[in-house]
Design a protein. Structure first.
Length: 75
């Protein structure tokens, strides 16, 4: 569990069926819904970081932002 000072509170809207599945996982694993969601998000982010296609899109996006920032700085 992350210390309270290092966390960001967010609102998440999901359909009732998914919410019930998450609650069931939390109950079976004797943990909180928040912990189940945090773990799932962390795993998702890590999969993206290792995904070559995502990395290609990320680099393309970074180059575009660099171009836009450069245009603003020069203009």
């Amino acid at each position: 569990m992350t210390p309270q000072g290092d966390t960001k509170s967010m609102t998440l809207r999901i359909d009732e069926a998914l919410a019930e599945r998450v609650r069931t996982i939390a109950e079976v694993e004797d943990t909180t819904v928040s912990d189940v969601i945090r773990d799932a998000l962390a795993e998702h982010v890590e999969r993206r970081r290792r995904d070559p296609e995502f990395q290609t899109m990320l680099k393309r996006n970074l180059r575009r932002h660099e171009e836009l920032l450069s245009m603003l700085a020069d203009g």
